[in-house]
Design a protein around this ligand. Structure first.
Ligand SMILES: C[S@@+](CC[C@H](N)C(=O)[O-])C[C@H]1O[C@@H](n2cnc3c(N)ncnc32)[C@H](O)[C@@H]1O
Length: 253
């Protein structure tokens, strides 16, 4: 995904209406599986001291950036390619009174000019959009301070030959999905050490089942609920077939 493809995201997957639907199921300020609960679980595993300098790649509606600032007194810089996401997250950041701790910019992680180095890089469900993984991971390696930590979750694929249906799904969203092991190898090639690459697909299935159970309680209209239900059932099915996987990754510069 390059900067030119930001409008593509805004016109298709991340339209203003699409964001409203995603957020109804993932929870306020989040656009990734498990929303606030999963992000909290991940962040709890980090070694926080006040004023950690964090880069949030693909901040979406800002949920993780806001959580890192409010719960851990982190200074967060976020970069996101979608204009719709950036405008909404910037508005919320001001509304929550977090502008001193959180700066959210519209841009492409692969092209943005950074002046800082970071203690942590955080990202959730973003790298699936980025096809040049080698450039992505070498960029993130360069942006971390020595000893700094990269922590991310991402959609992945199973190791076998993909079915036509899985290929169609990946193509429809313009994703670039790799196996959990391949991502681990790419991190290694980019120079990271202490790499952990964990397949959390069972948890992914559980989260999507819970989100399905909660769908009826959202304020969405029936057509949106039906569309989301079909999408969530398809994700659960692909994951149960072993074609879609979910990876949790940590690596140190
Ligand atoms: C599924 S959303 C996840 C948002 C957020 N991380 C969360 O957990 O709620 C994926 C986000 O990645 C952003 N994104 C995709 N490609 C990007 C790129 N090259 N640079 C920065 N952000 C990107 C999208 O605009 C979108 O906001």
């Amino acid at each position: 995904m390059t900067e030119d493809e930001g409008p593509e995201l805004d016109d298709h997957q991340y339209t203003v209406a699409g964001l409203r639907s995603y957020e109804a199921v993932y929870g306020r300020d989040f656009v990734s599986p498990g929303g606030r609960r999963t992000t909290a679980e991940l962040l709890e595993t980090l070694d926080w001291t006040p004023s950690r300098h964090v880069l949030d790649v693909g901040f979406g509606l800002g949920g993780a950036a806001f959580m890192m600032a409010t719960q851990y007194q982190a200074n967060v810089l976020g970069v996101d390619l979608s204009h719709n996401m950036a405008v909404e997250a910037q508005r919320r950041c001001a509304d929550y009174g977090l502008a001193d701790l959180v700066e959210l910019v519209h841009g492409d992680i692969l092209n943005h000019e950074f002046t800082d180095e970071f203690d942590f890089v955080h990202s959730r469900e973003v790298f699936l959009h980025i096809h040049d993984k080698a450039q992505l991971f070498s960029t993130l390696h360069r942006l971390l301070k020595p000893g700094g930590l990269l922590l991310f979750t991402d959609y992945c694929r199973g190791p076998g030959e993909p079915s036509q249906a899985f290929d169609d799904y990946v193509r429809e969203f313009g994703y670039d999905l790799r196996t959990v092991d391949d991502i681990g190898d790419l991190l290694d090639e980019a120079g990271f050490t202490g790499i952990s690459a964990d397949d959390q697909t069972e948890q992914f299935i559980g989260i999507h089942r819970r989100e399905l159970d909660e769908l009826d309680a959202t304020g969405l209209d029936q057509a949106d609920k039906d569309e989301l239900r079909a999408g969530w059932l398809a994700k659960i099915d692909r994951a149960q077939q072993g074609e879609q996987r979910w990876g949790w990754f940590r690596a140190t510069r």
